[in-house]
Design a protein around this ligand. Structure first.
Ligand SMILES: Cc1cc2nc3c(=O)[nH]c(=O)nc-3n(C[C@H](O)[C@H](O)[C@H](O)COP(=O)(O)OP(=O)(O)OC[C@H]3O[C@@H](n4cnc5c(N)ncnc54)[C@H](O)[C@@H]3O)c2cc1C
Length: 409
């Protein structure tokens, strides 16, 4: 079935898609936002909002409604757990950090965009048209959708469909080839745990993957681990659960949900995928990510910039991708700053009080932390296989010499 002609179609109703759609609609374009899941949809995420994300949402979308917040609604810092210290090292935040449910946040943003929303509809195919523009074919996900394909046409497309971007895989199949990928597993439990719910908890113990976190949202305890490539997640997760039981009195009463994700890693190996022609990518799809996995703020910003590039292209006749490459440069550099030891503290999307940490801990404790970090970084957890550390070091030196990073967009 052939559909209506749109100025722009945005694929994916996360923060990048909602932000792109909002800017396109505000700029006077007709915009269709297509989302695979039924909205409001669950998204595997800790839902911790950085200062940058909060600033952006307030500026562009207005105040956030009450119902997006979990309990506790705000965190006051990040707790870093090291094997050799009995208590966590708490890095206090200079601002209260919103702790939200992504389902509600993203639904609020999506509705506020003003775009026409089609949810429960998964992208199947994108065909560039000889006269320019694209034909986008979708159908409801799952078996029931076999014969219910619908198609839409648009002059511009924004790929905002997450870290594994099906739309990039269709339009630019070569873009993700050879890239390392990460996987994550998170389980939601009901039970008891001796962790302060006002902190986001990160653990630097061995054999629990390259990233392990635990946080409390309403009555749920979320316990997650991340790993590289084909390393198996369940053993890391089991080790982590045992550690939480031993050291933090974790008792499981009920297992509510098990979830997993996989996504290509672009920024850590100096790659971004901004698009091709009138097809622009934003958010996780394009590779925008910050330190510690904070990706909401750069998804919002890059979605907005992709839409700005389209509006500028329409106004001036310049190619949209050229404009996007130019105006997204600052955001790309910010992402790279996140892995540059010389810039990561000042460029953090969270305003953390690092001085409070140095003041609170003795030299002996700081030495122990350093040794724990060395052991954590030295373990065989896959990060070194893909040379992420080496790229970060090269970038740090390159930026010192040239004032910018060695990345071609
Ligand atoms: C475990 C975990 C914890 C995280 N915690 C935080 C955190 O606390 N704070 C933070 O800032 N960031 C966090 N992040 C990162 C953050 O979740 C992402 O960076 C952010 O969601 C990126 O937004 P996006 O709009 O690019 O993509 P997404 O939010 O992933 O949105 C993409 C959308 O596209 C849809 N889609 C996919 N395929 C199709 C298709 N075929 N057709 C139509 N639609 C499709 C998806 O259903 C989804 O709704 C976390 C990530 C993970 C994995």
């Amino acid at each position: 079935m052939a559909g209506k002609q749109w100025d722009a179609i945005v694929i994916g109703a996360g923060p990048a898609g909602a932000s792109a759609a909002r800017t396109l609609v505000a700029g006077g374009m007709s915009c269709l936002l297509i989302e695979k899941k039924k909205l409001p949809r669950h998204k595997m995420c800790s839902g911790i909002l950085s200062d940058w994300a909060v600033d952006f949402i307030h500026r562009k979308f207005g105040p956030m409604p009450e119902e997006i917040y979990c309990h506790p609604g705000f965190l006051n810092g990040i707790a870093l757990h090291f094997p050799s210290l009995p208590d966590p090292v708490v890095v206090p935040s200079r601002h209260a950090i919103p702790n939200v449910w992504r389902s509600h946040l993203d639904f609020f943003l999506t509705k506020a965009s003003g775009a026409k929303i089609r949810d429960d509809l998964a992208l199947q195919n994108i065909e560039p048209q000889p006269q320019g523009g694209f034909k986008v074919t979708c159908r409801p996900p799952g078996k029931t959708g076999q014969n219910r394909a619908v198609s839409f046409n648009a002059k511009y497309l924004v790929a905002a469909d997450g870290g594994n971007s099906p739309s990039i895989r269709r339009v630019m199949p070569e873009a993700f080839r050879g890239l390392p990928y990460g996987t994550g597993m998170q389980v939601h439990y009901r039970g008891e745990i001796d962790l302060d719910p006002h902190h986001y908890n990160v653990f630097f113990h061995l054999d629990i993957g390259f990233y392990a976190w635990a946080n409390i949202k309403d009555d749920d305890i979320h316990v997650g681990v991340g790993a590289m490539g084909n390393r198996k997640l369940p053993p890391y997760h089991a080790n982590f659960v045992s550690l939480l039981a031993e050291r933090y009195g974790f008792e499981i009463h009920e297992t509510l949900l098990r979830e997993g994700m996989t996504g290509v890693m672009q920024a850590p190996v100096n790659r971004f995928t901004l698009g091709r022609g009138n097809f622009l990518a934003a958010g996780d799809a394009a590779g925008f990510i910050h330190n510690g996995g904070e990706g909401i703020s750069c998804a919002l910003t890059s979605g907005d910039l992709a839409a700005e590039a389209i509006l500028t292209a329409e106004r001036t006749g310049q190619p949209a991708l050229d404009v996007y490459r130019r105006i997204a440069r600052k955001e790309v550099d910010l992402c790279m700053d996140q892995t540059n030891p010389l810039r990561m503290v000042q460029a953090s999307p969270f305003r953390m009080d690092m001085k409070a940490v140095w003041k609170k801990h003795s030299l002996k404790e700081i030495r122990s932390i350093w040794q724990d970090l060395k052991a954590f970084g030295g373990q065989d957890n896959g990060l070194s296989d893909v040379g992420i550390g080496a790229v970060a070091k090269k970038n740090m030196i390159y930026r010192l010499r040239h004032g910018h990073y060695p990345i071609q967009l």
